[in-house]
Design a protein around this ligand. Sequence first.
Ligand code: AMP
Ligand code: ZN
Length: 279
Amino acid sequence: MVPFKKSFESSVINTIKRYSLASKNERIIVACSGGKDSTTVLNILHANHYNVQALHMDLGMGKWSKQNKKNIASFCKERGIVLHLTSAREYMGSSVCYIKGKVQAKKKLTPCAICGVLKKWILNRKSRELKADKVATGHNLDDESRTFMMNIFNGNPELCFDSGPMKEMGEGLLVPRIKPLYLTSVKDIERYSMENNFPVVYERCPCSADSFGRGIYNEITALERYLPDIKENIVKTSLEMQSKKKKQAGVIRCRLCGEPSRKGICRTCSMISSNLPKN
Ligand code: AMP
Ligand code: ZN
């Protein structure tokens, strides 16, 4: 029988090949939170001789953030992987945690929604500055099935068409984002990470405890009892929808910060009132 670690790695490499996510001559920045998912992506790409560097964003969430930063730093040091650091402070003047508090007081958004928007903006800007060809994230099957269902519950069909293992938008504004763990379950990732003794924190982000997304995730997971493939089926539906998607109209730049946006003003700028540095 093929050992678990080996079959796990092959399945991730298969996803990369099946969706043409990356090639060995591309410069890939792995967005590393310090958690099991992105550490797994970094480990597999590095071990398979992809040209990878890591990028960690300090979210400024006390002890939890400090531990994550320490963990990813030691992981990269041990393997000789270049690690870049960034934070909301670099572009927005204060930490994600602080901005989140401010925005929440004004707008009815969950902490995860605010954090997610800020993270995407910062990761894209920083990896473009680092001249990355691709940014790899640790999004997995469980994340993707949850997000798809959230978009349905929120009545956002256009976002259902806009997921997938790779996201590209023209003109080099958005560094293409790839998800090598798109078809990989969180259970297998956790096992792989533990068997490898990766220095990672397994607890969830302290801010995510009662988010809407967590509620949906728990419901889907509970339904696995009746339908063990429920997450695979949701992602299959999502992939099918994406294959039917019409070609996207030209990319729009946010009028305020110049980053890619669906509307005239991007979600980050509409959340925070201070001016962001224009690219
Ligand atoms: P999350 O939205 O926390 O589920 O994270 C999804 C993915 O975004 C992770 O797998 C990472 O690839 C990336 N990510 C999240 N937080 C950070 C961070 N602090 N620094 C760099 N990348 C991150
Ligand atoms: Zn903007």
